[in-house]
Write a protein that binds this ligand. Structure first.
Ligand SMILES: Nc1ncnc2c1ncn2[C@@H]1O[C@H](COP(=O)(O)OP(=O)(O)OP(=O)(O)O)[C@@H](O)[C@H]1O
Ligand SMILES: [Mg+2]
Length: 319
């Protein structure tokens, strides 16, 4: 059985999954997600997919580390980042390339290949407001939330909730408190809506769910306490530690229910656990980074992904 890995040969997570695929008796095929950008030869000949001249029509599953999206190239100037002179042509090319990849993945899915995760689920899931509603729908607690481009509405929310954080809809920026300069510059929010939330104090938990199996659930410990743990240089340098956490049955059910609503076969779920024992859900990641936990605690997350790709039942973690 051949299984694709849509990623990079330099990505340790892709390599770890490739190794597990081989251990399960499957053949892994690396499909570089920058193949078109790197001008490698890719074709669809009368509906038959050729990757660097090799027929890859028989893939029965694939792990998708990332799906390329259209982007406009920028250059760094003293005034900040600005569009490159030839941005329009580059942007249009990147749109065509993204269309090729997504059509390919949709075609694989239509043929019954197991994609971890399905391209639609992965792209829809970048939209936090939808995810938050899915979490709410299954009964999970989420922080009080306002998504808005209206400074007046935001000031009212702040007056009512008091301790408020803000973060982008699509992710990609550190979570910050709504206070001081941020509050003074609130007019800037008219450019695009931002997520404002009640600040939840507590442990940062990360749960890895493969189908219905919780393969890993840990509290992330960094040397200093930060609002967003990724802001701690120790975390970026790989000095975080992890403590296994037992999830109550109901919390596990919330994880399974939300992942199902969001069509995620595999999900990395972020939860805050408060000192008073509440479990407050923040988001579901469709392609979480997890290798540090796997290496440090021996949680077999790569194996679970490989099992999903080949269609085997996920092995429950050793207790
Ligand atoms: N309401 C909140 N209260 C307290 N801390 C929060 C809150 N929302 C986010 N955080 C902190 O910021 C971190 C990042 O937030 P979140 O997981 O919602 O988005 P993200 O990881 O930036 O999204 P993406 O993965 O798409 O980039 C959380 O893990 C948590 O540490
Ligand atoms: Mg997160």
């Amino acid at each position: 059985m051949r299984i694709g890995i849509f990623g990079s040969e330099n990505d340790p997570q892709c390599l770890a999954i490739a190794k597990e695929l081989r251990a399960l008796g499957a053949d892994d095929v690396l499909l570089r997600y920058d193949a078109l950008e790197a001008r490698l030869p890719l074709s669809v000949l009368d509906g038959r997919y050729l990757y660097r001249g090799v027929d890859v029509d028989d893939l029965q599953g694939a792990y998708l580390k990332a799906i390329p999206a259209p982007y406009a190239p920028t250059v760094e100037k003293t005034t900040g980042e600005v569009l490159a002179d030839d941005w329009f042509a580059s942007y249009m090319h990147s749109r065509e390339r993204a269309s090729y990849y997504v059509a390919w993945l949709l075609e694989l899915q239509a043929r019954g290949a197991r994609l971890i995760n399905a391209p639609h689920a992965a792209s829809v899931l970048q939209y936090k407001p939808f995810q938050l509603q899915a979490l709410k729908r299954v009964g999970a607690r989420i922080p009080r939330t306002l998504i808005s481009n209206d400074p007046d509405q935001i000031r009212d929310f702040k007056a009512e909730v008091k301790d408020v954080i803000f973060k982008p809809l699509m992710g990609g920026a550190i979570t910050r408190k709504l206070e001081g300069e941020a509050l003074d510059q609130l007019e800037r929010v008219r450019n695009s809506p931002v997520i404002f939330q009640e600040c939840i104090d507590g442990d940062d938990l990360r749960v890895m769910l493969a189908h219905d199996t919780i393969v890993s659930s840990v509290a992330i410990r960094t040397p200093q306490q930060h609002l967003d743990f990724r802001d701690d240089p120790a975390y970026a340098d790989g000095h975080a530690s992890y403590e296994p956490v037992e999830l109550p049955a109901q919390v596990q059910q919330f994880c399974r229910g939300a992942a199902r609503l969001c069509n995620l076969a595999f999900a990395g779920i972020d939860i805050k656990r408060t000192a008073s024992g509440e479990w407050v859900f923040l988001e579901l990641n469709s392609s979480p980074i997890y290798l540090d936990v796997e290496w440090k605690l021996g949680h077999r997350i790569s194996r679970a992904i490989a099992e999903l790709c080949v269609g085997k039942p996920v092995t429950p973690p050793d207790r």
